[in-house]
Design a protein around this ligand. Structure first.
Ligand code: NAP
Length: 391
């Protein structure tokens, strides 16, 4: 194992970028090198002059009635879970740069902050609101600004939507997901409420995140589901155990969350990595020191393929997801303008059918060690809702 992974501090400096080969427009690369010695905060806006749609990002994908770019931007870590937070100005700048480079899908949720991320996203996209797809999520109750657990009762959904509309500075939500299935509320009631909201013009399309398969089928029967948002990446391939097949049967798009496995698939973490107190990543068993040596074999694989394709591990990871089908629209999260450019470069990397077979064989030969999340988060995925009447 190479010693660069045995690090106790993550290299977040722009200077780190010249140790990587990454795909981006020539002008952007030039700007990146010109800024190479600056501290990260000063480099928050690499360049506006060079901003142009990233190659490969002009392709259109469909999530039900919505047309979106092949990759979206996950905005969560602008306000929650990964520390230190970037600060509002920086995240707004990253979101706007993503739009300039062709991203038209922006993902947030009531839970992120809570509430603060929707406010940030609303402010960021306001100048181009009509040109982009904004996705948000309901599904929890709150007291004193803290989540009190799953709550998808119809009145709670309606209250959540009113709050999301206000924070997002908009009069419609393009894609409204149930964040997690509520084991106490029939999915027919949930889907029926979203159907009414669509009828009222407040919502354009319905999504579910991490639903049980039967629940997905029953929800779709009440209100067609445009997208399922599940964790999916080279590290976590759970959707291949039924969800992807069902989505394809029903004509539903799949939006992989954590497509970079919270940064793991970029090769930035190693045995010595430490996270700040409260950082969500510290609780992920696959990132524990005892699991790292085994799981880092995946990074070796990504680096080998990266050498062949002149791409970074992050780009190979995202390109592999894109190569699984045009119905798959990953939403990598970043708070860093350099990472944004790097990630969009993944849309330039392609695989031949023969390469995909070889890649998969190599991937499946690597046993992944550790649960994908905390016991609580694992238990909240794949839940089946109780049965209700079709409203
Ligand atoms: N439906 C759900 O239940 C659910 C759950 C979690 C997340 N989500 C959504 O999915 C989105 C993406 O998921 P995620 O943010 O958890 O995980 P992710 O996209 O797999 O990874 C994000 C992490 O990777 C780092 N990163 C990104 N690009 C990088 C690069 N090129 N090089 C090095 N590091 C890089 C980011 O740090 P930097 O900021 O430093 O780039 C951040 O720490 C979220 O923003 C959210 O919208 C949904």
């Amino acid at each position: 194992m190479s010693d660069k992974r045995d690090h106790s501090n993550e290299d977040r400096s722009p200077a780190g970028i010249d140790r990587r080969r990454f795909l981006a427009s020539g002008a952007t690369v030039a700007a990146a090198f010109a800024l190479g010695g600056l501290p990260a905060a000063q480099a928050a806006a690499p360049t506006n002059a060079a901003a142009a749609p990233s190659p490969g990002m002009d392709r259109k994908c469909r999530l039900g009635p919505l047309e979106v770019s092949p990759m979206g931007l996950g905005c969560m870590s602008g306000s929650a879970f990964f520390f230190p937070l970037p600060g509002k100005a920086r995240m707004i700048s990253v979101i706007r740069q993503a739009h300039e480079r062709g991203v038209t899908l922006f993902d947030t949720a009531e839970l992120y902050g809570p509430f603060a991320n929707e406010e940030l996203v609303g402010e960021a996209v306001q100048p181009f609101r009509k040109d982009v797809v904004v996705a948000t999520k309901f599904g929890f109750g709150y007291e004193g600004g803290q989540s009190t657990g799953a709550d998808s009762r119809p009145a709670t959904i309606r209250r959540a939507v009113e709050g999301s509309l206000r924070r997002l500075r908009t009069d419609y939500i393009d894609l409204l997901y149930q964040h997690r299935v509520d084991p106490k509320v029939p999915i027919e009631e949930v889907a029926g409420t979203v159907k009414e909201l669509i009828g009222e013009g407040k919502v354009r399309a319905f999504g579910l995140s991490e639903p049980g398969l039967e629940t997905l089928r029953r929800a779709h029967a009440v209100q067609p589901v445009a997208a399922v948002q599940n964790e999916y990446s080279v590290l976590e391939r759970g959707p291949e155990q039924g969800t992807l097949a069902l989505c394809r049967e029903l004509g539903i798009g799949l939006v992989p969350w954590a497509p970079l496995a919270r940064g793991f698939n970029t090769g930035r973490y190693g045995i010595g990595t430490r996270f700040l107190t409260g950082d969500h990543r510290a609780g992920l068993p696959r990132m524990f020191a005892d699991a790292m040596p085994a799981n880092l074999l995946l990074i070796d694989l990504l680096e080998r393929w990266g050498t062949v394709k002149q791409a970074t591990p992050a780009q190979i990871s995202l390109a592999w997801l894109l190569a699984q089908g045009t119905d798959i629209v990953p939403i990598p999260g970043t708070t860093d303008p350099w990472h944004l450019i790097e990630n969009l470069g993944g849309a330039e990397v392609s695989f031949t059918p023969e390469e995909l077979v070889r890649f998969r064989a190599e991937l499946e030969a690597i046993p992944i060690v550790g649960a994908k999340g905390s016991p609580q988060s694992v238990a909240s995925a794949g839940v089946e809702a109780p049965r209700g009447t079709n409203r």
